[in-house]
Design a protein around this ligand. Structure first.
Ligand code: 3PG
Length: 392
């Protein structure tokens, strides 16, 4: 795959798709990780003398102009991060846009309006893709977080102009892809989260690759019940018990060390101030629910994690938003910190977890993808990545 490092940028108009779909409250950005992650690419291109045209979606406006979903606050924030003016336009195609692009000087940075204001974006409408392509000489995809979407600005545009990856995209593929295709061993995956349903494909794919697979979070209950344990009032997917058994069988056949909780923190109700206690998994009281993995489990997981050469983590070990049930997740985060191998956080909730544990700085890579990271770990092709190989 070619990146912006392999092409001539001076004087070129570059249409750069980024993922600026950041959490925002009342027009204030509450987490700017994704914007900061795109800065090296933007700076590199501007410094090389490119005319940088940035495009992103924000939220799900469903093909209409939604005032609260304009990218105006993002442009202001980006401008501060870059220490450079970022011109923000009112649309992503049309006469105003063409005129603004025509007036750009080398090194200028411009941000188009939310591409999802046009229904053609999510439909991957060739007309819209062509309109994007006409603005530029080169397509740079740096939106790993949106790479699982085959939209006009993430995939369609690559039909018309050469496409290369940005530095963030390159980094995501190097770490996430490298871990999955050629990991240094032992290779451990940690999969958590509330439901088995959301992680079936991830677990199935990881079982073909890892040495150790650690399970935690609400989804562990279904596995425990499938093994015959009484799990009280714990969250459980009764329609996934057979699947859980089959996954355990697959792990055995492949010689994967599948690790389940041996103790759990149970509560008498689902609340931050519930009564709680730590019990072995064969002693979950009737009517109580498991909301976190217990300390013995953390110890066992810790031993495996610190000895691993590659660890990929997706999904919390318990209800970590509530401090009373965050210890398991924080324990795993600390083990990740102590691991001297490559440690990768596969997006979503686990990012918030390593931040809460204060160990984010020590991770080798924290993915900016949520859904995209999951699909990557499922072994699926991401359209936004595929177009980069097909049309360099
Ligand atoms: C994300 O936040 O996962 C990406 O920006 C994709 O957003 P979407 O789920 O609305 O396509």
């Amino acid at each position: 795959k070619k990146s912006i490092r392999d092409v001539e940028l001076a004087g070129k108009r570059v249409f750069c798709r980024v993922d600026f779909n950041v959490p925002m409250q009342d027009g204030v950005i509450t987490d700017d990780t994704r914007i900061r992650a795109a800065v090296p690419t933007i700076r590199y291109m501007a410094d090389a003398g490119a005319k940088v045209i940035l495009a992103s979606h924000f939220g799900r406006p469903k093909g209409q102009v939604v005032e609260e979903m304009r990218l105006t606050p993002v442009a202001a924030h980006l401008s501060a991060l870059l220490g450079k003016e970022v011109t923000k336009l009112g649309d992503s195609v049309g006469e105003e846009v063409k005129a603004a692009v025509a007036g750009m000087k080398n090194g200028d940075v411009l941000l188009l309006e939310n591409v999802r204001f046009h229904p053609g974006e999510e439909k991957n409408d060739p007309e819209l893709a062509k309109s994007f392509a006409e603005l530029a000489d080169l397509f740079v995809n740096d939106a790993f977080g949106t790479a699982h979407r085959a939209h006009a600005s993430t995939a369609g545009i690559a039909q018309y102009i050469p496409a290369v990856s940005g530095l963030l995209m390159e980094k995501e593929i190097r770490f996430m892809g490298g871990a999955l295709s050629n990991p240094e061993r032992p290779f451990t995956a940690i999969v958590g989260g509330a439901k088995v349903k959301d992680k079936i494909a991830v677990i199935e794919n990881l079982l073909t690759k890892v040495d150790h697979l650690i399970i935690g979070g609400g989804m562990a209950n279904t596995f425990l019940k499938a093994q015959g344990y009484a799990i009280g009032a714990s969250l459980c997917e009764d329609d996934k018990l057979d699947l859980a058994r089959s996954l355990m069988e697959q792990a055995k056949e492949r010689g994967v060390n599948l690790m389940m909780p041996i103790d759990v923190v149970v509560a008498d109700r689902f609340a931050a101030d519930a009564e709680k206690k730590t019990v072995a998994i064969d002693a979950i009281p009737e009517g109580w629910m498991a909301l976190d993995i217990g300390p013995k489990t953390v110890e066992a997981y810790h031993r495996v994690i610190v000895e691993s050469k590659t660890v990929v983590w997706n999904g919390p070990m318990g209800v970590f938003e509530m401090d009373a049930f965050a210890q398991g997740t924080i324990g795993v985060a600390r083990a990740m910190k102590e691991c001297s191998g490559t440690t990768i956080i596969g997006g979503g909730d686990s990012v918030a977890a390593v931040e809460k544990a204060g160990v984010a700085e020590e991770m080798t890579h924290i993915s900016t993808g949520g859904g995209a990271s999951l699909e990557f770990m499922e072994g699926k092709e991401l359209p936004g990545v595929t177009v980069l190989t097909d049309n360099e």
